[in-house]
Design a protein around this ligand. Structure first.
Ligand code: HAM
Length: 441
């Protein structure tokens, strides 16, 4: 239920309400477990960086830098940007903290909010969250495969099915310029049949025409030369080796010759992971997949040139990031069950001002002893409080009235037997523990 109050969340941004927190927490719990198992260290970088870091790193001709950055000038005159992605900030941190001197590979992961001034639509927000994994200092395609496997495993742990991994190689500075020329030569005579955006891309970065979603552009690209056929020897071997690793891990991957990704820093491997749309079949006995994939859940690849571009030494690197909102929304669609909160076994009923005051301290003693205890501190009537205790199905209710406080005592009511006993207030924890133990045995 939502109501139109004066202030609403800014366009493309949203609150995460208590009832949805558990899904976010579930995702992060799995991410942390997998990160720990695979030896990744957690890094937190600032939510803002110098805008130039992204202009250089993410790339001046990317949608992110051209249209989507939240940039501001500080009172001191610095031009900062809310981070639109993690990778350049993590590379900056790697260089700034001299991690090159550490034994390589250096494996880092992070999660948190990111900001892109997008056209909001399903699965596309202006503030969203990612978890991100990066590995520095390792050239082998084994690392690319491991990154892909890691994201796949996280999604499997979160009970995702019908996952598809799309992979491609987009070459490196040796072979890509030649391919770009080939592609541009193919597209130029056909540019009148391309969409306006692709005509623009043709001039700036013809590779980006390959992942255009417009049907007319897709028809043209179907006959275009494919980069896979024009990789240099090193990139070809790297890609072959990646596919061999993926075959060994039994991951369900497809080659997608049109996958180029929208960020400028990639070299060689690029990948995305999707969940295919699952439709119940007519007789509802089996689910089937429809060809159209949804938004990517994960995207990543190798970026061997980024550290140098940002002023450091040449450091081979590979990584990826997943969109938490997209993951959570699919978990919600399939109705992931709420974990049941620990059920209270005890209820504290209080009557009057003094008992209410004593209650806060008493509740804290139970928390420390790890005994779930419920209360209705806002209520005064014993009947209402006992009614609530009944509803919660607690085993014992503690009743603390004015008289009990003055006598340093408290009543313990056995809810199933209806019997009541008075014990010393100082001993109530021990007395409750004793009874619960008896109850359990
Ligand atoms: P990306 O493809 O821009 O890559 O984003 C990765 C994932 O973040 C997407 O697959 C999607 O799930 C999620 N995502 C992106 N934009 C939005 C949005 N506006 N709303 C909701 N979710 C979104 C990167 O960010 C690279 N830094 C990944 C990487 C890490 N490559 C190497 N290392």
């Amino acid at each position: 239920m939502s109501t139109k109050s004066k202030f609403q969340t800014p366009t493309g941004m949203h609150d995460v309400l208590p009832q949805d927190q558990f899904l976010y927490e579930k995702v992060i719990k799995v991410v942390e477990e997998i990160a720990q198992f695979y030896g990744f260290g957690k890094i937190e970088t600032p939510t803002m960086e110098h805008a130039e870091l992204y202009e250089k790193g993410t790339g001046a001709t990317t949608d992110i830098v051209e249209k989507q950055m939240y940039t501001l000038r500080t009172r001191g005159g610095d031009v900062l940007a809310l981070r639109p992605e993690f990778t350049p900030g993590i590379v900056r941190a790697y260089l700034q903290h001299g991690m090159l001197a550490l034994p390589q590979p250096v494996k880092l992961y992070s999660y948190g909010p990111l900001f892109r001034y997008e056209h909001p639509q399903a699965g596309r927000f202006r503030e969203f969250h990612q978890f991100d994994f990066e590995v520095f200092g390792e050239q082998s395609a084994a690392i690319d495969a491991q990154i892909i496997q890691l994201f796949y495993v996280i999604l499997k742990e979160l009970k995702f099915t019908h996952l598809i991994i799309e992979v491609n190689s987009i070459g490196d500075s040796q072979c890509r310029p030649y391919y770009k020329k080939l592609l541009a030569n193919y597209l130029r005579p056909r540019q009148n049949s391309l969409c306006a955006e692709c005509r623009r891309r043709l001039k700036q970065n013809p590779l980006r025409t390959l992942d255009c979603k417009e049907e007319k552009c897709q028809r043209i690209r179907a006959q275009a030369p494919q980069i896979i056929d024009h990789l240099c020897e090193e990139c070809k071997n790297h890609f072959k080796s990646l596919l061999e690793f993926l075959d060994e891990t039994d991951l369900p991957y497809h080659l997608d010759p049109y996958l180029v990704r929208g960020l400028d820093y990639y070299t060689k491997t690029v990948f995305e992971i999707f969940q295919e749309r699952v439709l119940a079949s007519e007789d509802n006995t089996e689910s089937q997949t429809q060809g159209v994939p949804r938004n990517a859940l994960v995207g990543g690849g190798r970026y061997d040139g980024l550290a140098k571009l940002l002023g450091g030494k040449e450091v081979p690197a590979s990584g990826g990031a997943a969109g938490i909102e997209r993951i959570v929304s699919l978990m919600k669609e399939r109705n992931d069950a709420l974990p049941s909160p620990p059920k209270a076994r005890i209820f504290l009923a209080q009557l009057g001002d003094l008992p209410k005051k004593k209650s806060l301290k008493l509740l804290e003693e139970f928390r420390k002893a790890n005994i779930p205890i419920a209360e209705s501190l806002g209520r005064d009537s014993l009947r209402t409080q006992l009614g609530r205790a009944d509803k919660l199905g607690v085993e014992y209710t503690l009743i603390l009235g004015q008289k009990e406080v003055l006598e340093n005592s408290i009543v313990i009511r056995d809810m199933s037997a209806g019997a009541q006993e008075i014990v010393k207030l100082d001993h109530v924890l021990e007395e409750v523990k004793k009874r619960l133990k008896k109850h359990d045995s």
